[in-house]
Design a protein around this ligand. Structure first.
Ligand code: ARG
Length: 563
């Protein structure tokens, strides 16, 4: 039980005729300063009911409330400040963590139902971008968070592997490409061909017709076209997989846009049967005026389908295949309109489950304040960024701990972890600038700082040869440990909040606060000194390390025991 609930219970026992338990919980506040206790109750709202001054009500309540769970209750003007019984709370919290370990904070909200997570989803024959990195790490963290509260996450990589651009690519390859060059550096070569196509097509527009013809062949299953497409896809995917391996991210499905090529007819037939398709200059659209949205273009006048047509088929397929309780799309903010249209069309089709679809948008990663774009040839190769992060981590480890055994492995966990953490620590909608040196710092609000704190705690436990006893009750009542205890106690609610807001940063912030609280503790308290509280302090360190590691896991980071 959390502190607010304990306080609400005590107040409720006295005022049950006048306020509900829920109303009391709503009124309770968390005082900014520890001097004002752990929970505060403003008595204003009772003034009307009791026809007394709030100050008087506060004083009366303080007399009547059962003090079992509290060290003291102070009346400050109209406020009641509750100071929790630290012994009681610390005993219960540490016991729960020691017993449940990494399962502390698990919940069953999801009832084992499926949640599909559309994430990463880069485009074939193009470099995987910083935006795709964001989608990958946000989606991956959400998968861990949703699993923690009892959902079954299904991670889907909706590859951009279909569309008119493949007609262009085939034309370009046939005219200017070679097998050798593509094999050597698949993505850069395919990108070069694609860019070259556009340059030449400006002078020779008939190339566009050729490209359209090739895409049509591809859609119709022409063997030559399919073979090339398949090959481009395989080569690209191999490159993407290198990055996924580095990030430690796996997927349950790689069914991308191409997978839905033969599943769009059904959607279009349904739209026709429901009389939702309107003709507009030869194209088929769905009018969305009622939703304050532009019409959704479903089929072009030449019969070609679009991105949204494939997403409609995909949504339907996912509902049938996974019967999802929620379907989330971790995709950049710039596609907000697309997802509004997607949901609106499904709603028009009568699928109320479209309400369970959530676009989880995020902001841009910039460099030097500027947007990174592929078009202007300013491609940042993600693999290089990750490699540099690992190198930087390795250098710092070499300085700090030259004798570390598995240095390479740890450097990978720290360097890559730093990039992931940096991405997840701010509200996902914020834009942020990527400066590698700041990302991989061991101080400040960084992944390495949190990992380092965890390793420091583990080293204390090793030194003390301490393993907590599940049957013991470890009790602490000093104000130094209290800051840590409160953060341990808050963890289950933190997980729920992160899931509710689809916001990994809630977890990252908890990790930073916990690490900071522990480092303060470590600076002020002699943990290993031989007195009667030594075991309790070590149990606290153990609990802290356990939840720090769990925070990191939920973000997709490792927590090395030594670094
Ligand atoms: N391939 C798209 C892009 O790179 C992202 C796909 C997102 N998922 C989806 N179901 N539309 O912009």
């Amino acid at each position: 039980m959390n502190n607010k609930q304990l306080v609400a219970e005590a107040i409720f026992a006295v005022v049950k005729d006048d306020l509900t338990f829920e109303q009391i919980v709503q009124l309770l506040e968390n005082p900014k300063s520890a001097d004002h206790g752990d929970v505060a109750f403003p008595a204003f709202s009772l003034a009307k009911i009791f026809r007394k001054a709030p100050q008087q009500i506060a004083a009366d309540l303080a007399d009547q409330i059962d003090k079992t769970s509290f060290e003291k209750i102070e009346v400050v003007g109209p406020y009641l400040n509750f100071f929790m019984d630290k012994k009681m709370v610390s005993g219960a919290v540490i016991k729960a963590v020691v017993e449940e370990k990494a399962h502390y904070g698990d919940a069953s909200v999801g009832n084992d139902r499926n949640v599909t997570i559309d994430m990463s989803s880069p485009n074939i024959a193009k470099p995987i971008s910083m935006g795709h990195l964001r989608s990958t790490v946000i989606g991956n963290s959400l998968a861990y968070i949703m699993a923690k509260i009892g959902y079954q996450p299904i991670k889907i990589n909706h590859l951009g592997d279909w569309g008119t651009q493949f007609g262009k690519l085939i034309v370009a390859y046939k005219k200017w490409g070679s097998e050798e060059a593509v094999k050597k550096e698949p993505i850069s070569e395919l990108l070069r061909l694609y860019v070259h196509f556009h340059e030449v097509a400006e002078e020779e527009p008939e190339l566009e017709d050729e490209a359209r013809a090739w895409f049509k062949k591809l859609e119709e299953g022409d063997e030559d076209a399919i073979q090339l497409w398949q090959w481009f896809r395989d080569e690209s995917l191999q490159e993407f997989n290198k990055i996924y391996d580095m990030l430690g991210v796996t997927f349950d499905s790689f069914n991308g846009e191409a997978f839905f090529n033969d599943k769009m007819d059904e959607v279009i037939t349904m739209l026709e049967e429901k009389h939702l398709l309107k003709q507009n200059q030869g194209a088929d659209i769905v009018d969305l005026t009622a939703y304050n949205l532009n019409p959704a273009l479903i089929r072009k006048s030449d019969g070609a389908t679009l991105y949204i047509t494939r997403d409609l088929a995909a949504a339907l397929y996912r509902k049938r295949t996974y019967d999802f309780a929620q379907s989330i799309y971790a995709v950049g903010n710039e596609q907000s309109n697309h997802f509004k249209q997607l949901k609106a069309v499904l709603k028009e089709m009568g699928f109320d489950w479209s309400d369970d679809m959530h676009h989880i948008p995020f902001g841009l990663i910039t460099q030097g304040g500027k947007k990174l774009s592929t078009r202007k040839g300013k491609i940042v190769l993600l693999e290089e960024v990750l490699n540099e992060a690992v190198q930087s981590a390795e250098q710092q480890i070499m300085e700090k701990n030259p004798d570390l055994n598995n240095r390479e492995e740890v450097a990978k966990q720290v360097g890559i972890g730093a990039v992931i953490f940096h991405d997840l620590k701010n509200d996902r909608l914020n834009n942020f600038d990527f400066v590698l040196d700041e990302v991989v710092r061991f101080e400040g609000e960084t992944g390495p700082y949190v990992q380092y704190t965890h390793a420091r705690a583990m080293s204390i436990l090793r030194k003390a040869e301490f393993t907590p006893d599940e049957k013991a009750t470890y009790v602490l009542d000093d104000s130094e440990s209290w800051e840590i205890i409160k953060l341990l106690q808050k963890f289950p609610d933190t997980v729920l909040l992160a899931a509710e807001k689809y916001e990994p940063s809630v977890i990252a912030k908890h990790a930073i606060q916990l690490a900071q609280a522990f480092n303060k503790y470590y600076a002020h308290v002699k943990i290993l000194v031989e007195d009667e509280q030594r075991d309790a302090r070590l149990a606290l360190v153990y609990s802290m390390a356990t939840l720090l590691k769990e925070d990191l896991r939920l973000l997709g980071l490792h927590a090395p025991d030594e670094m």
